[in-house]
Write a protein that binds this ligand. Structure first.
Ligand code: ARG
Length: 461
């Protein structure tokens, strides 16, 4: 069992099917740079504990640096006989500094505390990359909002005509959850920034190694409080998987709208050629594939989260090999987001909005009915009555096949004497949106304020 990390008590090597099942180098190789960085930190604590001479430390660090360079340029890769990234890198170190020195590094650590630590390191850098990618989408949404300061669109609930809103207000309604997702990533990082190194297999270190020193060396905030917990818990990974899934779900909501908006029936937007695809048979087609892949992959990221939770469920303390299944779903979620985020950013940044059509459709479906009711309330009419009266206006307009603004003064007064011609000030979509000027409302002034808040928030990140 040449090269294995655990041959001593075995008379022979694993069966081929056992080795094939056990193997994880095809995915955990992503941890290699972190493994080497952590090995250098480990060598330094071994030295401080008197377990490695200064000369040995220097030779070890030099060997690890050479190994890191060979990993980076692809000269060193896992061999068929390597079970996981940790075994492969120990083989690589021994090939470079010899078995005497190379064999000293493993003292006081286990793959259990190693892998938990490296996964956290990998995830911390991945969460940062994802946050920046999400921020690009936020910036694209904000730029579109700022570029269309006067655009009014139909606002919908139940996908039915509801009330007119500003296009910028609607776009920023997609930016807000994404900003919360970025905040969630930063918050998750606080719990991820705790180092399991020094926990050993589960019980901690007997060799006088300092977990706090290695934690600080690796950029963690603190060493773990409990070595059993540190080697067996993966709630940090599940939490990240949730935020990744949430990002995908939030972007799928935006995507669904882009898909609907780009239909000729809606005609709100035209997609840029660079961010859409054609059909192999129908020459006229321009398909919103970015948005559809985003919508589809959201399902995949939800699967990554639920698969990971199912893996974690009911595992007894401490480390179990089940935990080797923790990495692929999280790696997959990040890989998908790294494909999706630049594409969604490109899609949003290049959307061409047909603002004339959006404004024309904004009053359709009697969306100013609420404005009539609220205008009457301002004249002292009880809302119950006002709602009835506005409803009667809708019924009248519908039966005549006209818009609310096309009802003449006489008809309005006939429905209710309180409906004087002055009501016409709210019977325009612009009057309607301008009247909703309380904090967070759709009035242009509020949208301008919101753009400032979101831009400042994004500049801070
Ligand atoms: N490759 C394993 C993982 O990803 C770490 C190795 C721990 N193996 C063990 N037999 N204790 O979780």
């Amino acid at each position: 069992n040449e090269g294995s990390l655990w041959g001593g008590r075995f008379a022979g090597g694993p069966a081929a099917a056992m080795a094939a099942l056990s193997k994880s180098t095809h995915f955990d190789w992503a941890l290699a740079p972190f493994d080497i960085q952590a090995s250098k930190a480990h060598a330094r604590v071994l030295n401080r504990a008197g377990l490695l001479t200064d000369d040995d430390l220097a030779a070890m660090l030099e060997g690890l640096d050479r190994l890191a360079a060979d990993v980076a340029d692809g000269t060193f890769v896992p061999a068929e006989s390597d079970e996981d990234v940790h075994g492969a890198l120990e083989r690589g170190l021994i090939e470079r500094v010899g078995p005497e020195l190379g064999g000293r590094l493993r003292a006081g650590r286990s793959r259990n505390d190693q892998v938990a630590t490296l996964f956290r390191m990998w995830l911390r850098s991945a969460m940062q990359r994802v946050a920046l990618g999400v921020l690009d989408v936020v910036d694209a949404l904000t730029a579109q909002a700022a570029a269309h300061p006067d655009a009014i669109m139909p606002g919908k609930t139940h996908l039915q005509a509801a009330q007119p809103v500003m296009l910028g207000h609607h776009l920023l309604a997609h930016a807000q959850p994404l900003l919360r997702d970025i905040d969630r990533l930063a918050d998750a990082d606080r719990r991820t920034a705790v180092s399991p190194y020094g926990s050993g297999a589960l019980a901690g270190s007997s060799l006088g190694l300092d977990p706090a020193a290695i934690a600080a060396d690796l950029g963690f905030d603190a060493p773990a409080e409990n070595s059993i917990d540190a080697t067996s818990s993966r709630d940090f990974a599940a939490e990240a998987a949730f935020v990744f899934a949430m990002i995908a779900v939030d972007l799928s909501r935006l995507s669904e709208e882009v898909i609907i908006w780009s239909t000729p029936e809606f005609g709100y937007v035209t997609l840029a050629d660079a961010w859409s695809t054609g059909s192999s048979i129908m020459p006229q087609k321009k398909n919103p594939d970015v948005a559809e892949l985003m919508r589809g992959k959201a399902g995949r990221l939800i699967g990554d989260l639920t698969g990971l939770l199912a893996t974690l469920k009911a595992q007894p303390l401490a480390y179990n090999r089940d935990l080797q299944e923790d990495k692929e779903p999280v790696f997959d979620a990040v890989a998908q987001l790294e494909l999706l985020l630049p594409a969604v950013t490109g899609l949003v940044a290049t959307l061409e909005f047909h603002t004339d059509r959006m404004e024309e459709l904004a009053p359709a479906g009697f969306t100013l009915a609420t404005d009539i009711a609220e205008w009457m309330v301002r004249q002292g009419v009880p809302f119950r009555v006002a709602h009835e009266v506005a409803g009667a206006c809708v019924r009248e307009a519908e039966s005549r096949g006209v818009g609310l603004d096309e009802l003449d003064d006489e008809t309005l007064a006939g429905i209710n004497p309180a409906l004087t011609p002055a009501v016409r000030e709210v019977l325009t979509v612009r009057g309607s949106v301008e009247s909703r000027n309380a904090h967070g409302g759709t009035a242009p002034e509020q949208v301008r304020r919101q753009i400032e808040v979101v831009s400042a928030c994004s500049a801070d990140l």
